[in-house]
Design a protein around this ligand. Sequence first.
Ligand SMILES: [Zn+2]
Length: 230
Amino acid sequence: MMLHGLCFLVLMVSTTHALYFTVTNNAGTSPGGAAFRDKVGTACSRRTLISATRFTLRCVFQQKNLTDRKHVDKISLFVDDMDGVDDMDGVAYTSNDQIHLSARYVGNYNGDVKTEVTGVLYHEMVHVWQWNGNGQAPGGLIEGIADYVRLKANYAPSHWVKPGQGQKWDQGYDVTARFLDYCDSLKSGFVAQLNKLMRSGYSDQFFVQLLSKPVDQLWRDYKAKYGNIS
Ligand SMILES: [Zn+2]
């Protein structure tokens, strides 16, 4: 169903709980808004919201039961004509189950913009669903988990750091995503269990609990594995 550019779709996640997805292009006739309409599109991005939700909940967080998940009724994507805000250098940000994507970023992007937007939406979708340790978790870890999901979904851009690069474990984004991928290689499902522990609080001891080593030791092991490159 499509009404004045506003699209609705219902994803039935159980017989008792429906999840709604909406996509709204607020950028109208601006170059970025037109680029979104022509090169990405509301229908395609709505499908991406659904696939990103499925991938995050099922494949990465392994939350089979509704009681394990955050309670979310509706996820909205807005394409906005905004400059230089918040997350990811003004690319996009998420709050209150609303994802805001910069039309200017879409309009100015050189390359496969559809794939890039898909990757950005996977990252932002993680913010909708992840636990944040009741606000106590390091921001770099929150962003690292979001990029970890993007990495596992095969939407990591080519400009990301390579495995082993970076200065500290909670540097954030791609650096932390690569480190979490290493941790998950030590114990499959590590990120799912870490996220689960982050439901009510946060402590670096979670790494000891799950992998029997302090996070700083894990970081040193990780760096050594890749020859301590910068
Ligand atoms: Zn983010």
